[in-house]
Design a binder for this molecule. Structure first.
Ligand code: ATP
Ligand code: MG
Length: 431
């Protein structure tokens, strides 16, 4: 019989033999966020559509074309989150977190949903880790969140990841810049792709981000935002760079970076690699001073970043970074006969209670296949329990690597003694 259906296009399963890779990077992210003072926030996977749609101002592909939006049975329009920032901001407002003191520092792990064309590094369900910081104008905060991302990449051993930095200014300096862009791109109107033509009036900065070779060629000579920044934005950008220098974080100023969502102001940045093909942006972020007001709150300048976990794992794989495989079995207890089965079950319970991984046969295999299975799962030690062992109330614990055997009593001291034994052996290995 065939499986009645397969997974949805653009989604991926993480299988038990691969999940340790996810857990490893997630642990590093969680730890680093903690070190920098961020506490985890968890928000729902779906939200009222207006949280993402916010009036008519949204011009990005994510909001216009890629959202999974549907009506519920109750007639409400809901959307599967395409990103984590909006939900976190909503929760901050809804729970008046500003009353707990500023800044508010939150980190998150989210699954995201975007109706994109699936390809390497581009999925319809993908996962992000991110941080959000609310209630600070200070360029120190911009440098601080960049340091979080950088520390995570460093701890994971990732190499050759460029930090590209830009400032896209505030609404004031941007209106001058938009004028200059409209003028420049307007003179190339016939050559621009259809999408960019539609961007010309509403959001000409997005043309800078167009992937079409003709548009990106034209964009190369477009006016640069850095020449249009107002004094305040210019100073802010200089300070961000100063604090990155203080922290020893290297960056390249790239005036063509614009982010995929509309709410950014001032600082924007990306961590980019050439190792994983066209979808080389592993992390993107920046400042969004107007977002909280856009959602109906007071002025609460904020900033954050999100990194794609699938792309990060792909990059680690491409760079040959080994992720330590956790032990999958410390002790395998093989059995012959019903009495042995009972004894084995009580032994593994006591070993598991000590926090070690113990297994016994649960599929009814004979002795040889049990030992084969113990080998397959990489058991570090094994015991064979038969009538003799039960009678003598002791058994030989075999070190599966060295073949060395140690006799242990099968009584209430077993688990403790086994713990010591495996610890000593592990230590011996390290030397
Ligand atoms: P891109 O330019 O690659 O489409 P984006 O600007 O849409 O990225 P963000 O919305 O800033 O990306 O999301 C942050 C990160 O999430 C990206 O840098 C990337 O690592 C990851 N990401 C975004 N979209 C996808 C996707 N469809 N599949 C897998 N990862 C994604
Ligand atoms: Mg995108």
């Amino acid at each position: 019989m065939g499986v009645i259906t397969k997974k949805i296009k653009g989604t991926e399963d993480v299988l038990p033999k691969q999940s340790y890779r996810w857990q490893f990077v997630e642990d590093v992210m969680r730890k680093e966020a903690q070190v920098y003072g961020f506490k985890e926030i968890r928000t729902p996977v779906f939200e009222h559509t207006e949280l993402f749609q916010r009036g008519v101002g949204q011009t990005t592909d994510v909001v216009q074309k890629e959202m999974y939006t549907f009506d519920t049975k109750g007639g409400e329009s809901v959307t599967l989150r395409p990103e984590g920032t909006a939900g976190a901001a909503r929760a901050v407002l809804e729970h008046s977190l500003e009353n707990d003191g500023l800044p508010i520092k939150a980190s998150y792990f989210v699954s995201c949903y975007r109706y994109e064309k699936p390809q390497a590094g581009r999925l319809r369900e993908f996962h992000q880790f991110g941080v959000e910081e609310y209630g600070t104008q200070s360029p120190i905060a911009d440098a601080e969140i960049i340091c979080v991302a950088k520390s995570i990449f460093d701890r994971l051993g990732i190499k050759q990841l460029r930090l590209e930095l830009n400032s896209i200014g505030c609404p004031e300096c941007r209106s001058e810049y938009h004028k200059a862009l409209r003028e420049y791109f307007g003179s190339h109107k016939e050559e621009l792709c259809e999408t960019c033509n539609s961007r010309l009036e509403k959001n000409p900065m997005r043309i800078l981000d167009c992937k079409s070779p003709i548009c990106s060629k034209i964009a190369e000579n477009a006016p640069k935002i850095t020449d249009y920044l107002c004094d305040e934005c210019k100073e802010h950008f200089a300070q961000v760079q100063k604090y990155l220098d203080v922290a020893g974080v290297e960056y390249i100023v790239n005036p063509t970076i614009v982010r995929g969502l509309d709410y950014y102001t001032k600082t924007v940045f990306e961590f980019v690699t050439d190792f994983i093909g066209a979808q080389g942006t592993v992390c993107g972020g920046g400042r969004y001073d107007g977002l909280i007001e856009e959602l109906g709150g007071k002025h609460l300048p904020s900033l954050g970043f999100a990194m794609g976990i699938e792309r990060l794992l792909m990059l680690m794989d491409k760079q040959g970074i080994e992720i330590p495989k956790p032990s999958s079995c410390d002790l395998y207890v093989a059995t012959m006969g019903d009495k042995a089965k009972e004894k084995a079950f009580s032994l593994i319970k006591s070993v598991r209670d000590c926090g070690l991984i113990a297994e016994t046969d649960v599929v009814g295999r004979g002795l040889r296949p049990q030992m084969k299975y113990a080998d397959k799962i990489g058991a570090k030690f094994s015991i064979v329990l038969g009538d003799n062992e039960i009678e003598q109330n002791s058994a030989e614990v075999k070190n599966m690597t060295t073949g060395e055997k140690t006799t242990l009593a099968l009584d209430e001291t077993f688990a403790d003694k086994f713990s010591v034994l495996q610890l000593t052996e592990n230590e011996a290995f390290k030397i």
